[in-house]
Design a protein around this ligand. Structure first.
Ligand SMILES: O=C(CO)[C@H](O)[C@H](O)COP(=O)(O)O
Length: 265
């Protein structure tokens, strides 16, 4: 995606902070999709204040936010931050940046979390977990007073599942085929296909930070009532958690062709 600068006036400060735009930049400056993710991330970090307990998200968009928090701490512009990482990968990244870390046992109330998403619907419901970290993300983000989601505009959908990409469900390894088939049957009317997530040429099962597998659900049609779908999935023994984050985001920051949009609940 190449975005011409003149359409991006609204994001100017975040883009400058992100080092993507200089006061002298020519109007022919263009942004890549990763630039858009970075701009959304930098905008979100403007909401961070010294002394906060912060949920640190996972994925290529959240990574920019964690980098920025580390940078502001190093510069002394932020102080006394405690980070709660949502994955082992983010834990490593935050450690390398010198961000003080803790967990929900010690900090059960989180002031603010910043994380990416795979889909955002018009009501700010989300699909998350294509990066495989949905369980820890949901634990941390449901303990937050404020949850800011950062996306580029490719993540906007009319309804959850509407991208036709994966809706992840974390399941225990024991008899995962049985669980996958029960998941598929739940959504037969929506034309559901359930696939074990694998990686590499050998197609080995992807194992989450919690030692579980992921079954990705693909839908041909809308699954309808999201709360009912969520309840039905969670009732299946063998399911640990799913990637629908319903009514959790308090703010969504979207970076796109027309600049930055901040949507509040
Ligand atoms: O839920 C996630 C990881 O479990 C990510 O936030 C989501 O997959 C978006 O990732 P990216 O910012 O790389 O597009």
């Amino acid at each position: 995606m190449a975005i011409p600068y003149p359409h991006f006036i609204a994001t100017e400060k975040a883009a400058m902070d992100a080092g993507l735009l200089l006061p002298s930049s020519s109007p022919s400056v263009i942004f890549t999709q990763d630039d858009l993710k970075k701009i959304a991330a930098y905008k979100a970090v403007e909401y961070v204040e010294s002394g906060m307990v912060l949920g640190l998200g996972t994925g290529s968009t959240a990574k920019h936010a964690v980098d920025r928090i580390g940078e502001l701490l190093r510069q002394g512009k932020l102080k006394d931050i405690v980070g709660i990482p949502t994955s082992k990968k983010t834990h490593e990244q935050a450690l390398s940046l010198g961000i003080p870390l803790s967990d929900l046992d010690s900090h059960p109330v989180v002031d603010l979390a910043i994380d990416g998403a795979d889909e955002v619907d018009p009501f700010l419901n989300l699909v998350k977990g294509r990066g495989g970290s949905l369980l820890r993300e949901k634990m941390v983000e449901s303990a937050c007073k404020k949850f800011i989601v950062i996306v580029d505009e490719s993540k906007l959908v009319n309804y959850l599942g509407g991208s036709r990409l994966a809706m992840p469900v974390e399941v225990i390894q024991f008899c995962w085929r049985f669980t996958a088939e029960r998941l598929r049957k739940l959504f037969e009317e929506a034309g559901c296909v359930a696939k074990l997530r694998t990686f590499g040429e050998k197609e080995e099962p992807f194992v989450t930070d919690n030692g579980n597998f992921i079954v990705d659900l693909y839908f041909e049609r809308s699954i309808g009532d999201l709360k009912a779908a969520s309840d039905a999935i969670l009732q299946l023994a063998g399911v640990v958690e799913h990637g629908m984050f319903l009514d959790m985001a308090t703010t969504v920051i979207v970076a796109g062709e027309l600049g930055l949009t901040v949507k509040n609940k």
